[in-house]
Design a protein around this ligand. Structure first.
Ligand SMILES: NC(=O)c1ccc[n+]([C@@H]2O[C@H](COP(=O)([O-])OP(=O)(O)OC[C@H]3O[C@@H](n4cnc5c(N)ncnc54)[C@H](OP(=O)(O)O)[C@@H]3O)[C@@H](O)[C@H]2O)c1
Length: 321
């Protein structure tokens, strides 16, 4: 039974108790990932912060531990721009944890100049989509074997509307537009979520796949950094935009937390803020563009993603007896 809209102002306090549950949040050291990790810790989950910098992640973990009594948090290294790192993370996780209740595919990069991941994929498509595709595939056994309803939540963006998946030129090295490439990666997040959920349904599994977007939330994403090649002017504009339009990162995390924990959520659904142009507000069910619901594109993207990452996952065969 699905409610189109949570009743009233839904806040992180409304999350059900998460004691005994294990949650992985990618990119948990800053912005929305940090807020997600903090909220899960506050509700008693064991939180695994999956981050590419152990230094930044350890600082963030200490911050959570000082704010939340009895927080239970582990930091594990994960660089979504490296298939080797993703495989190492999955092995380390599986050796240490016998359950995975919620996987939050949150980490992301936005608008960098053209560059490639360690495996030669255009960075935004590689990190935002392919990295999370491979991670989900490698963790899927743990997720479906965990008793009770488990969830894969992937963070997309309203910018998915600016993207297109051109299978003849996924790399776009010659015609790279950082805005279009970001949109494509966020469209891929949705195509992946909806396809994953269809496959989970076909396998009659207790795992659901859902998506969320945070509207415009003031984080380091818009401001970028000089390390990523973001110009000074863009960093200034990003900060001004955040000050005018942005809601807080804690508010922006709510659609993801809702998708990850609320009781009346169905697989294949997408959540975002309910305010003007979905930029801010309380979490509600939203719709994505027509391209994102195209089954044929989603099926093809799945096959191509398996080929590119070397991670093949046969979801339907995972039915636990
Ligand atoms: N903020 C918004 O208004 C907005 C709007 C729509 C969608 N989103 C989405 O929300 C998600 C979170 O973004 P945010 O706003 O919280 O931005 P953020 O503060 O910049 O956080 C991004 C996180 O992703 C991590 N990350 C980047 N590259 C990575 C890699 N190769 N491997 C592992 N982690 C990596 C970053 O780690 P480092 O610290 O090591 O760089 C950081 O922890 C993204 O998927 C973004 O597309 C945000």
């Amino acid at each position: 039974m699905t409610s189109e809209r949570p009743s009233g102002e839904w806040t992180a306090e409304a999350m059900p108790d998460q004691s005994g549950r294990t949650v992985v949040v990618t990119g948990a050291n800053s912005g929305l990932g940090f807020e997600n990790a903090s909220a899960f810790a506050r509700k008693g989950a064991h939180v695994v912060m999956a981050c590419r910098s152990l230094d930044r992640a350890s600082r963030a973990r200490r911050e959570i531990e000082s704010a939340v009594d009895d927080a239970s948090v582990t930091v594990l290294e994960l660089d979504l721009g490296s298939l080797d790192s993703i495989r190492s993370f999955a092995s380390e996780f599986e050796a240490a944890f016998d359950r995975l209740d919620v996987l939050v595919n949150n980490a992301g990069v936005m608008f960098p100049p053209y560059s490639t991941t360690e495996d030669g994929f255009e960075r935004q498509f590689g990190v935002n989509h392919l990295g999370h595709f491979a991670l989900t595939g490698l963790l899927l056994d743990r997720i479906v074997e965990t008793n009770g309803e488990t969830r894969v939540v992937t963070v997309s963006s309203g910018a998915h509307r600016n993207g297109d998946v051109d299978f003849d030129d996924l790399d776009r090295r010659e015609s790279y537009s950082r805005f279009e490439a970001y949109g494509r990666s966020k469209l891929a997040n949705l195509l992946f979520t909806y396809e994953l959920d269809r496959r989970l349904r076909a396998g009659d599994l207790d795992t659901i796949a859902v998506a969320a977007h945070p509207g415009w939330s003031a984080t380091g994403l818009q401001a970028g950094d000089s390390e990523m090649g973001t110009s000074f002017a863009r960093r200034v504009l990003g900060r001004i935009g955040n000050a005018i339009f942005g809601q807080s990162a804690a508010e922006g995390a709510l659609p993801t937390l809702y998708a990850a924990t609320a009781e009346n959520v169905d697989g294949g659904h997408y959540f975002g803020p309910d305010g003007f142009m979905e930029m801010r507000g309380s979490p509600t069910r939203v719709t994505s563009n027509a391209k994102s619901y195209d089954h044929e594109t989603a099926h093809r993207l799945w096959t191509v993603s398996e080929e590119m990452t070397g991670v093949a996952f046969d979801v339907e065969s995972k039915l636990v007896a």
